[in-house]
Design a protein around this ligand. Structure first.
Ligand code: BT5
Length: 314
Protein backbone atom coordinates (compact mmCIF):
# COMPACT_ATOMS: atom_id res chain seq x y z
CA UNK A 1 0.00 0.00 0.00
CA UNK A 2 2.74 2.43 0.93
CA UNK A 3 4.52 1.91 -2.37
CA UNK A 4 1.40 3.08 -4.27
CA UNK A 5 1.28 6.45 -2.53
CA UNK A 6 4.99 7.24 -2.75
CA UNK A 7 5.93 9.18 0.35
CA UNK A 8 2.43 10.47 1.19
CA UNK A 9 0.63 9.90 4.47
CA UNK A 10 -1.69 6.94 4.81
CA UNK A 11 -4.19 7.07 7.64
CA UNK A 12 -4.48 4.22 10.15
CA UNK A 13 -8.21 4.13 9.34
CA UNK A 14 -7.56 3.62 5.61
CA UNK A 15 -4.96 0.92 6.24
CA UNK A 16 -7.28 -0.96 8.58
CA UNK A 17 -10.15 -0.75 6.07
CA UNK A 18 -8.07 -1.94 3.11
CA UNK A 19 -6.37 -4.74 5.02
CA UNK A 20 -9.56 -5.64 6.85
CA UNK A 21 -7.91 -5.64 10.26
CA UNK A 22 -8.20 -3.70 13.51
CA UNK A 23 -6.32 -0.48 14.31
CA UNK A 24 -4.29 -2.44 16.86
CA UNK A 25 -3.29 -4.88 14.14
CA UNK A 26 -2.29 -1.92 11.93
CA UNK A 27 -0.11 -0.59 14.72
CA UNK A 28 1.44 -4.04 15.05
CA UNK A 29 2.18 -4.12 11.28
CA UNK A 30 3.79 -0.70 11.52
CA UNK A 31 6.00 -1.92 14.37
CA UNK A 32 6.94 -4.97 12.27
CA UNK A 33 7.95 -2.68 9.40
CA UNK A 34 10.08 -0.64 11.81
CA UNK A 35 11.77 -3.80 13.00
CA UNK A 36 12.49 -4.61 9.35
CA UNK A 37 14.35 -1.35 8.94
CA UNK A 38 11.62 0.91 7.55
CA UNK A 39 11.65 4.37 9.08
CA UNK A 40 8.06 5.51 9.50
CA UNK A 41 6.79 8.88 10.56
CA UNK A 42 3.52 8.98 12.51
CA UNK A 43 1.56 12.25 12.56
CA UNK A 44 -1.75 12.75 14.39
CA UNK A 45 -4.78 12.97 12.07
CA UNK A 46 -2.61 12.34 9.01
CA UNK A 47 -1.42 8.81 9.64
CA UNK A 48 1.82 7.13 8.67
CA UNK A 49 4.42 7.94 6.08
CA UNK A 50 7.48 5.99 5.03
CA UNK A 51 10.63 8.07 5.35
CA UNK A 52 13.18 5.47 4.31
CA UNK A 53 12.97 1.94 3.04
CA UNK A 54 15.40 -0.72 4.28
CA UNK A 55 18.78 -0.75 2.72
CA UNK A 56 19.27 -4.31 1.46
CA UNK A 57 22.51 -5.72 0.14
CA UNK A 58 23.06 -8.52 -2.34
CA UNK A 59 25.53 -11.24 -3.15
CA UNK A 60 26.66 -9.20 -6.18
CA UNK A 61 27.27 -6.03 -4.23
CA UNK A 62 29.67 -7.93 -2.00
CA UNK A 63 31.45 -9.89 -4.68
CA UNK A 64 31.70 -7.29 -7.49
CA UNK A 65 34.92 -5.40 -7.05
CA UNK A 66 36.15 -7.65 -4.24
CA UNK A 67 39.93 -7.76 -4.57
CA UNK A 68 40.83 -10.60 -2.22
CA UNK A 69 42.54 -13.78 -3.40
CA UNK A 70 40.77 -16.36 -1.23
CA UNK A 71 38.55 -14.75 1.41
CA UNK A 72 34.97 -14.32 0.24
CA UNK A 73 35.65 -15.92 -3.15
CA UNK A 74 32.71 -18.19 -2.33
CA UNK A 75 29.78 -16.48 -0.65
CA UNK A 76 26.59 -18.04 0.69
CA UNK A 77 24.20 -15.14 0.90
CA UNK A 78 20.90 -15.64 2.72
CA UNK A 79 17.97 -13.41 3.56
CA UNK A 80 17.16 -14.98 6.91
CA UNK A 81 18.89 -17.75 8.85
CA UNK A 82 18.92 -19.03 12.41
CA UNK A 83 22.65 -18.42 12.71
CA UNK A 84 25.37 -18.01 10.10
CA UNK A 85 27.61 -20.05 12.45
CA UNK A 86 25.31 -23.02 12.15
CA UNK A 87 25.36 -22.90 8.34
CA UNK A 88 29.11 -22.35 8.24
CA UNK A 89 29.71 -25.36 10.55
CA UNK A 90 27.78 -27.58 8.16
CA UNK A 91 29.61 -26.18 5.10
CA UNK A 92 32.97 -26.63 6.82
CA UNK A 93 32.07 -30.19 7.66
CA UNK A 94 31.09 -30.75 4.02
CA UNK A 95 34.56 -29.65 2.96
CA UNK A 96 34.10 -26.18 1.37
CA UNK A 97 37.37 -24.32 0.64
CA UNK A 98 39.10 -21.86 2.92
CA UNK A 99 37.69 -18.35 2.69
CA UNK A 100 34.06 -19.42 2.19
CA UNK A 101 31.80 -16.78 3.69
CA UNK A 102 28.23 -17.03 4.96
CA UNK A 103 26.36 -13.71 5.10
CA UNK A 104 22.76 -13.18 6.19
CA UNK A 105 20.50 -10.16 6.30
CA UNK A 106 18.94 -11.43 9.53
CA UNK A 107 19.58 -14.06 12.17
CA UNK A 108 16.66 -15.37 14.17
CA UNK A 109 18.89 -17.21 16.71
CA UNK A 110 22.20 -15.40 16.44
CA UNK A 111 24.45 -16.43 19.28
CA UNK A 112 27.37 -15.19 21.32
CA UNK A 113 29.71 -17.07 23.62
CA UNK A 114 28.25 -19.55 26.14
CA UNK A 115 25.04 -19.73 24.06
CA UNK A 116 24.10 -16.13 24.82
CA UNK A 117 21.80 -14.48 22.30
CA UNK A 118 23.16 -12.11 19.67
CA UNK A 119 20.57 -9.65 18.47
CA UNK A 120 20.71 -9.49 14.65
CA UNK A 121 17.83 -7.50 13.12
CA UNK A 122 17.18 -7.43 9.39
CA UNK A 123 18.98 -5.14 6.90
CA UNK A 124 20.85 -3.24 9.57
CA UNK A 125 24.00 -5.13 10.47
CA UNK A 126 26.71 -7.37 9.16
CA UNK A 127 26.10 -10.91 10.36
CA UNK A 128 28.61 -13.25 8.82
CA UNK A 129 30.80 -16.32 9.38
CA UNK A 130 34.13 -16.95 7.68
CA UNK A 131 35.59 -20.44 7.27
CA UNK A 132 39.37 -20.80 7.56
CA UNK A 133 41.53 -23.89 7.36
CA UNK A 134 44.86 -22.93 8.91
CA UNK A 135 47.49 -25.55 9.40
CA UNK A 136 47.82 -24.89 13.14
CA UNK A 137 47.37 -26.68 16.47
CA UNK A 138 43.98 -25.99 18.17
CA UNK A 139 45.63 -23.99 20.98
CA UNK A 140 46.42 -21.22 18.49
CA UNK A 141 42.80 -20.60 17.49
CA UNK A 142 42.21 -17.80 20.06
CA UNK A 143 44.86 -15.74 18.25
CA UNK A 144 42.50 -15.64 15.29
CA UNK A 145 39.88 -13.87 17.43
CA UNK A 146 42.41 -11.12 18.10
CA UNK A 147 43.41 -11.01 14.42
CA UNK A 148 39.73 -10.68 13.48
CA UNK A 149 39.29 -7.81 15.92
CA UNK A 150 42.21 -5.96 14.30
CA UNK A 151 40.85 -6.57 10.78
CA UNK A 152 37.37 -5.28 11.66
CA UNK A 153 38.78 -2.30 13.56
CA UNK A 154 40.96 -1.30 10.62
CA UNK A 155 38.02 -1.68 8.23
CA UNK A 156 35.73 0.43 10.42
CA UNK A 157 38.43 3.12 10.59
CA UNK A 158 38.86 3.11 6.83
CA UNK A 159 35.17 3.12 5.91
CA UNK A 160 33.82 5.47 8.60
CA UNK A 161 36.76 7.39 10.06
CA UNK A 162 35.58 6.32 13.55
CA UNK A 163 38.23 5.17 16.02
CA UNK A 164 37.14 1.90 17.66
CA UNK A 165 38.74 0.25 20.70
CA UNK A 166 39.26 -3.47 21.17
CA UNK A 167 38.28 -5.05 24.48
CA UNK A 168 39.90 -8.42 25.06
CA UNK A 169 39.03 -10.93 23.82
CA UNK A 170 36.14 -10.46 21.42
CA UNK A 171 34.51 -7.04 21.63
CA UNK A 172 34.98 -3.89 19.63
CA UNK A 173 33.68 -0.76 21.31
CA UNK A 174 33.01 2.75 20.13
CA UNK A 175 32.73 5.36 22.86
CA UNK A 176 32.78 2.45 25.34
CA UNK A 177 29.70 0.77 23.82
CA UNK A 178 29.74 -2.61 22.13
CA UNK A 179 29.53 -2.34 18.34
CA UNK A 180 31.03 -5.67 17.30
CA UNK A 181 31.09 -9.18 18.77
CA UNK A 182 33.30 -12.00 17.52
CA UNK A 183 32.72 -15.71 18.05
CA UNK A 184 35.52 -18.13 17.13
CA UNK A 185 34.66 -21.81 16.98
CA UNK A 186 36.47 -24.75 15.46
CA UNK A 187 36.28 -28.28 14.23
CA UNK A 188 39.48 -29.99 15.30
CA UNK A 189 41.26 -33.19 16.15
CA UNK A 190 43.56 -33.43 19.19
CA UNK A 191 46.52 -31.79 17.48
CA UNK A 192 45.16 -30.33 14.28
CA UNK A 193 42.55 -27.77 13.28
CA UNK A 194 40.18 -28.88 10.53
CA UNK A 195 38.41 -25.59 10.29
CA UNK A 196 37.93 -22.39 12.21
CA UNK A 197 34.60 -20.64 11.93
CA UNK A 198 34.79 -16.97 12.75
CA UNK A 199 31.47 -15.32 13.44
CA UNK A 200 31.34 -11.55 13.16
CA UNK A 201 28.40 -9.47 14.31
CA UNK A 202 28.61 -5.77 13.50
CA UNK A 203 25.94 -3.23 14.38
CA UNK A 204 25.99 -0.96 11.35
CA UNK A 205 22.80 0.98 10.64
CA UNK A 206 20.51 0.38 13.62
CA UNK A 207 18.97 3.38 15.31
CA UNK A 208 18.86 3.26 19.11
CA UNK A 209 15.15 2.33 19.01
CA UNK A 210 16.01 -0.76 16.99
CA UNK A 211 17.97 -2.20 19.92
CA UNK A 212 16.08 -4.00 22.66
CA UNK A 213 15.76 -2.00 25.88
CA UNK A 214 18.35 -4.05 27.79
CA UNK A 215 21.07 -3.17 25.27
CA UNK A 216 20.43 0.60 25.16
CA UNK A 217 23.14 1.49 27.66
CA UNK A 218 25.75 -1.04 26.49
CA UNK A 219 25.45 -1.23 22.69
CA UNK A 220 25.73 1.12 19.74
CA UNK A 221 25.93 1.03 15.94
CA UNK A 222 28.27 2.69 13.47
CA UNK A 223 25.49 4.93 12.16
CA UNK A 224 24.56 6.11 15.66
CA UNK A 225 28.16 7.10 16.28
CA UNK A 226 28.75 8.56 12.82
CA UNK A 227 25.41 10.30 12.35
CA UNK A 228 24.91 8.77 8.91
CA UNK A 229 24.24 5.41 7.27
CA UNK A 230 27.18 3.18 6.36
CA UNK A 231 27.44 1.06 3.20
CA UNK A 232 27.39 -2.51 4.52
CA UNK A 233 28.65 -4.15 1.32
CA UNK A 234 31.65 -1.83 1.25
CA UNK A 235 32.31 -2.59 4.91
CA UNK A 236 32.25 -6.35 4.25
CA UNK A 237 34.65 -5.98 1.30
CA UNK A 238 37.02 -3.87 3.38
CA UNK A 239 36.96 -6.35 6.27
CA UNK A 240 37.81 -9.19 3.88
CA UNK A 241 40.73 -7.22 2.40
CA UNK A 242 42.15 -6.28 5.80
CA UNK A 243 41.59 -9.81 7.08
CA UNK A 244 43.40 -11.42 4.16
CA UNK A 245 46.32 -9.09 4.56
CA UNK A 246 46.68 -9.81 8.30
CA UNK A 247 46.05 -13.53 7.87
CA UNK A 248 48.84 -13.86 5.27
CA UNK A 249 51.16 -11.95 7.61
CA UNK A 250 50.13 -14.21 10.48
CA UNK A 251 50.71 -17.44 8.54
CA UNK A 252 54.13 -16.23 7.38
CA UNK A 253 55.47 -14.46 10.46
CA UNK A 254 53.39 -15.74 13.37
CA UNK A 255 51.34 -13.81 15.90
CA UNK A 256 53.89 -11.15 16.87
CA UNK A 257 53.08 -8.54 14.16
CA UNK A 258 49.37 -9.02 14.86
CA UNK A 259 49.96 -8.66 18.61
CA UNK A 260 51.62 -5.27 18.08
CA UNK A 261 48.68 -4.02 16.03
CA UNK A 262 46.20 -5.46 18.51
CA UNK A 263 47.92 -3.67 21.39
CA UNK A 264 47.70 -0.36 19.55
CA UNK A 265 43.89 -0.65 19.61
CA UNK A 266 43.42 -2.33 23.02
CA UNK A 267 41.42 -0.37 25.56
CA UNK A 268 42.01 -2.26 28.81
CA UNK A 269 45.75 -2.87 28.88
CA UNK A 270 47.44 -1.13 31.82
CA UNK A 271 44.06 -0.48 33.45
CA UNK A 272 42.25 -2.00 36.40
CA UNK A 273 39.74 -4.60 35.26
CA UNK A 274 37.41 -7.25 36.61
CA UNK A 275 37.55 -10.60 34.79
CA UNK A 276 34.62 -12.98 35.19
CA UNK A 277 35.62 -16.50 34.21
CA UNK A 278 33.61 -19.71 34.53
CA UNK A 279 35.62 -20.61 37.63
CA UNK A 280 35.39 -17.25 39.41
CA UNK A 281 36.02 -13.50 39.41
CA UNK A 282 39.45 -11.85 39.44
CA UNK A 283 40.29 -8.20 39.90
CA UNK A 284 43.52 -6.40 39.14
CA UNK A 285 45.58 -4.73 36.47
CA UNK A 286 45.57 -5.98 32.87
CA UNK A 287 49.27 -6.32 32.14
CA UNK A 288 48.97 -7.30 28.50
CA UNK A 289 48.63 -10.41 26.38
CA UNK A 290 51.10 -13.25 25.94
CA UNK A 291 52.56 -14.40 22.64
CA UNK A 292 49.55 -16.74 22.43
CA UNK A 293 46.95 -14.03 23.00
CA UNK A 294 46.26 -15.03 26.61
CA UNK A 295 45.39 -12.13 28.95
CA UNK A 296 47.74 -11.47 31.91
CA UNK A 297 46.04 -10.03 34.96
CA UNK A 298 48.10 -8.98 38.01
CA UNK A 299 46.09 -9.06 41.23
CA UNK A 300 46.69 -6.87 44.32
CA UNK A 301 49.14 -9.48 45.72
CA UNK A 302 51.12 -9.05 42.49
CA UNK A 303 50.32 -12.58 41.38
CA UNK A 304 49.92 -12.82 37.60
CA UNK A 305 46.96 -14.87 36.37
CA UNK A 306 46.74 -16.17 32.81
CA UNK A 307 43.20 -15.85 31.51
CA UNK A 308 42.08 -17.79 28.46
CA UNK A 309 38.43 -16.80 28.40
CA UNK A 310 36.40 -14.29 30.40
CA UNK A 311 34.02 -11.35 30.36
CA UNK A 312 35.95 -8.21 31.15
CA UNK A 313 34.56 -5.21 32.98
CA UNK A 314 36.56 -2.01 32.56
C1 BT5 B 1 29.75 -12.09 21.30
O1 BT5 B 1 29.39 -12.90 22.33
O2 BT5 B 1 29.97 -10.92 21.36
C2 BT5 B 1 29.84 -12.82 19.95
C3 BT5 B 1 28.77 -12.40 18.99
C4 BT5 B 1 28.95 -13.06 17.64
C5 BT5 B 1 27.80 -12.78 16.72
C6 BT5 B 1 28.06 -13.30 15.32
S1 BT5 B 1 26.89 -12.71 14.16
C7 BT5 B 1 27.42 -13.83 12.97
C8 BT5 B 1 27.70 -15.14 13.70
N1 BT5 B 1 26.51 -15.95 13.82
C9 BT5 B 1 26.12 -16.10 15.10
O3 BT5 B 1 25.13 -16.75 15.48
N2 BT5 B 1 26.99 -15.45 15.91
C10 BT5 B 1 28.05 -14.82 15.17
P1 BT5 B 1 29.43 -12.47 23.87
O4 BT5 B 1 30.75 -11.87 24.22
O5 BT5 B 1 29.00 -13.68 24.61
O6 BT5 B 1 28.35 -11.33 23.99
C11 BT5 B 1 26.97 -11.60 23.99
C12 BT5 B 1 26.28 -10.46 24.73
O7 BT5 B 1 26.31 -9.26 23.94
C13 BT5 B 1 24.79 -10.70 24.99
O8 BT5 B 1 24.62 -11.42 26.17
C14 BT5 B 1 24.23 -9.28 25.06
O9 BT5 B 1 24.46 -8.72 26.34
C15 BT5 B 1 25.11 -8.51 24.10
N3 BT5 B 1 24.49 -8.36 22.77
C16 BT5 B 1 23.61 -9.16 22.12
N4 BT5 B 1 23.33 -8.69 20.90
C17 BT5 B 1 24.06 -7.56 20.75
C18 BT5 B 1 24.22 -6.61 19.71
N5 BT5 B 1 23.60 -6.73 18.53
N6 BT5 B 1 25.06 -5.58 19.93
C19 BT5 B 1 25.73 -5.43 21.07
N7 BT5 B 1 25.62 -6.28 22.11
C20 BT5 B 1 24.80 -7.34 21.95
Amino acid sequence: MFTEIEGDFLSGQKISEELGCSRTAVWKHIEDLRQEGYELEAVRRKGYRIKTIPDKISHNEISLGLKTETLGRKIHFEDSVTSTQKIAHQLAYDGVPEGTLVVAEEQTSGRGRLSRAWYSPKYTGVWMSLILRPNLPPAKAPQLTLLTAVAITQAIEEVTGLRPDIKWPNDILINKKKTVGILTEMQAEADKINSVIIGMGINVNQSLEQFPEELHSIATSLSIELGEKVNRAELIQTILMKFENLYQKYLQHGFYPIKLLWESYAISIGKRIIARTITGTLEGKAKGITEDGVLMLEDDQEVVHYIHSADIQI
